[in-house]
Ligand binder design. Structure first.
Ligand code: ZN
Length: 431
């Protein structure tokens, strides 16, 4: 049931001023609001505003903005959700005609109030993106009575547009190449981080040479030649591409990943000891080890008092596992050393300790460390911080969990660009 109708033809007076107020509240530009009506729809107050592009924005290609001959009227009237006015839900309604662009062919005409293909206005997209950068996407979806998928769609449109406008690849010197997995480790995205700003500068689907080459194509040979250091997790395929595309860059082994090898080794030792105990008919002890996983993997300083007690128990009852734990913690200290020369000598000591301790899981780590020694030293010499990478990885693990429901690389890339790549827009009207 329609309650109130305002028309632009009531040129004089309140109606006209009210349409102006609606236009301001929706943060739309180059848009004429012809009329608006308020109604109640299943208990929800709904304001529908009829819009058209301002004269100088009419009949333009939505891809390039060029003025083009009209093609047809598209599918008739469409609606876009706009910014809520308190409890009032707002929709813009208008035609979406198609134009014939000489370059892009038959495409939908530009709508100054919405991004191509969107069912939300530009301002609503941006509000969603800003909120998603500051709270879980599921909370945003609930707050705006929208869906997870629609929220991610808005984030994707905003970050894609901002990435096209922002040059994040100029001036790069020291970069980190990292992969994160999703879908239970079956799929990957590759991210490139600027070590000097801490910001993600590029992200792409897949973790292979094709993905990495796409980054170097975007970077271009001139800028690639200026790279001085490239850190990574030590994967050969990354080294091959970097050696080919950035010949002058020093390859560095990201210390965070070296510590991660040791962390995985501790976990492997725990599982082995647990299996031995079960087979030896001591299931109770085996079970208690299962609960000790986090006590063993976390940093010593981050342990809760319960976890410290668990660790003390392991020290008493399980010398082998405790030694593995100490080896892991010691390796962490190596990379926290104040100077590169201290770190290098500590690393030498660590390798000798591993040799004496004869724990096969750690012998394998020591072999990798020895093989990658030059790359690890390059990292130590430049002091490229593992703390940064570690914090970023924790953040991404959280994002992965959030993006998990969506199961797509596109979602994860959009979320990482939003929160780590500096591609978060200001709130509508606050620019
Ligand atoms: Zn065009």
């Amino acid at each position: 049931m329609v309650w109130i109708v305002w028309k632009q033809s009531d040129v004089e007076g309140a109606a006209c001023r009210l349409l102006k107020l609606i236009r301001w509240s929706q943060c739309v530009q180059d848009t004429v609001i012809e009329r608006a009506e308020l109604c109640r729809d299943e208990g929800q107050l709904v304001l529908t505003a009829r819009v058209r592009p301002a004269k100088h924005r009419r009949s333009r290609c939505s891809r390039c903005g060029r003025r083009c001959p009209g093609y047809d009227n598209g599918g008739g009237l469409r609606v876009w959700r706009g910014l809520d006015l308190g409890p009032v839900r707002v929709f813009l309604q208008g035609q979406a005609p198609r134009v014939a662009c000489p370059v892009h062919g038959v495409v939908v005409a530009e709508m100054p109030w919405a991004r191509p293909g969107a069912r939300f206005t530009r301002a609503f997209d941006e509000e969603i993106a800003w909120l998603t950068a500051h709270m879980p996407a599921s909370t945003v979806a609930e707050y705006l009575s929208s869906t997870w998928r629609a929220v991610i769609g808005a984030v994707f449109r905003v970050t894609t547009e901002l990435a096209g406008r922002t040059d994040r690849l100029t001036g790069l010197r020291r970069i980190g190449i990292d992969e994160i997995s999703y879908r239970k480790g079956q799929r990957y995205i590759l991210r490139v981080v600027d070590h000097d700003t801490g910001r993600q500068v590029w992200a792409g689907e897949g973790a292979n040479q094709t993905t990495l080459r796409a980054f170097f194509t975007a970077l271009g040979s001139e800028r690639a030649a200026k790279l001085t250091h490239v850190t990574s997790d030590g994967a050969e395929w990354i080294h091959d591409v970097v050696k080919e595309k950035a010949k002058k860059a020093k390859l560095c082994m990201d210390p965070f990943h070296v510590v991660q090898w040791a962390t995985k080794a501790v976990d492997a030792v725990r599982r082995r000891v647990q299996g031995d105990l079960t087979r030896a008919g001591r299931p109770e002890q085996a079970k208690s080890l299962k609960g000790s996983r986090w006590a063993l993997l976390k940093n010593l300083l981050e342990l809760s008092s319960d976890q410290k007690a668990t660790l003390a128990g392991i020290q008493r009852d399980n010398k082998l596992l405790y030694r593995a734990y100490l080896l892991k913690e010691q390796l962490r200290y190596v990379f926290a050393a104040a100077t590169p020369s201290t770190a290098k000598s500590l690393l030498g000591g660590w390798l000798a300790w591993v040799k004496r301790s004869r724990i096969p899981e750690f012998t394998a780590v020591a072999e990798s460390v020895t093989r990658m020694r030059d790359l690890i030293w390059n990292s130590l010499d430049t002091g490229l911080s593992n703390a940064l990478s570690e914090a970023t990885n924790n953040h991404l693990r959280l994002l992965t969990r959030r993006a998990y429901g969506y199961h797509s690389a596109e979602a994860l890339i959009a979320m990482s660009e939003l929160t780590l790549g500096g591609l978060c827009p200001p709130l509508p009207g606050r620019a």
